[in-house]
Design a protein around this ligand. Structure first.
Ligand code: 6CS
Ligand code: FE
Length: 313
């Protein structure tokens, strides 16, 4: 498979580097109609994330919460590759490919309003690059150290450009007590090229505790000094959209309250995976879709306004 030019080299030097993003953030015209208004699209453009309260109805949330509880019970001790356990307690930390294996989450990723919002951000049709539930159980849910998802998806999955968006769909309250997601607003406009080499089968370690492909202290300090940190308090019914390259992480949860979220990662159909840019072999399909199934995000509105960048860049 012919490799595209690597605009975002990483894990190749023994020195970290911070380079500017060359890709757009919001790909469609701000006038493109959908659930996100102009101010919200502008917010996403500048911060790299957007919290939208009350996106889903109470009935939808209740259905999703039931499915989440069922998933956790079904997967505890299942030993499936898609299931990642907490390093110490063995509790379920994450379950991947839930859009493929659980019908309720398969329907969620086809929600027409969600897809329309994704079209407003990506300016094209999209498919699920990755889906997961992060349970972050009470008392023993461990941290997700600071990282850019794109750095991993570029290095290990071969995602060429920054044209993917994550939708965090909270199933419990996310607050300062139970490990809410922390994000650095504006960090999506800078790409931190990390040191180190990708170990073989890195995902078997990184999904429990990521050490390779995380920013060095000086780069992280530079970002925080420049932009600060935000930890939006979210909860069931809302959606947090965040750009593939925004720097984020979450603390361990020592509260009694779980912090469980569903994540749907939408990738533009114009950004399909190539050969990994910094790994010997691609990660498994349950982590990174290599057989895209477009969802029709570009067909979700009655009369979409012509969008300037709805074609390949
Ligand atoms: O490696 C990945 O794809 C996963 N790792 C993290 C820490 N966030 C994105 C994704 O779930
Ligand atoms: Fe992440």
């Amino acid at each position: 498979m012919q490799k595209q030019q690597d605009l975002y080299p990483t894990r190749i030097d023994d020195q970290p580097r911070i380079v500017d993003r060359v890709d757009p953030v919001v790909y469609s015209d701000p006038v493109t109609r959908g659930p996100l208004d102009y101010a919200q699209l502008d917010d996403f453009e500048h911060k790299g994330f957007l919290h939208v309260p009350e996106f889903f109805s109470g009935d939808t949330v209740a259905t999703l919460q039931d499915a989440l509880h069922h998933t956790r019970q079904a997967e505890a001790g299942s030993g499936r590759a898609e299931v990642v356990e907490e390093p110490d307690s063995g509790e379920v930390r994450s379950v991947f490919a839930v859009h493929r294996d659980y019908p309720v989450f398969g329907e969620l990723c086809r929600d027409q309003r969600l897809l329309r919002a994704v079209f407003q951000l990506l300016g094209s049709d999209a498919y699920i690059h990755q889906s997961r539930i992060n349970f972050k159980p009470g008392f023993r849910g461990k941290e997700f150290y600071w990282h850019s998802d794109f750095e991993t998806w570029h290095a290990e999955d071969g995602m060429p450009r920054m044209r993917a968006v994550s939708c965090l769909i909270p199933m419990t309250p996310n607050n300062q007590y139970n490990g809410a997601l922390m994000l650095i607003p504006g960090s999506h406009r800078h790409y931190i090229s990390c040191v180190g080499e990708t170990p073989q089968n890195h995902y078997k370690q990184s999904l429990k505790q990521q050490r390779t492909g995380v920013p060095d202290d000086d780069s992280l300090r530079w970002l925080v000094d420049k932009y600060g940190i935000e930890a939006p308090a979210t909860g069931p019914g809302s959606v947090l959209f965040f750009d593939c390259n925004v720097m984020h992480g979450s603390n361990s949860n020592i509260s009694p309250f779980p912090r469980s979220n569903v994540f749907m990662v939408f990738n533009s159909v114009y950004n399909t995976l190539q050969a990994p840019f910094s790994a010997d072999s691609p990660r498994p399909e349950f982590l990174a879709t290599r057989q895209p199934r477009p969802l029709g995000a570009d067909k979700t509105a009655p009369t979409p306004a012509a969008s300037r960048r709805s074609h390949a860049i």
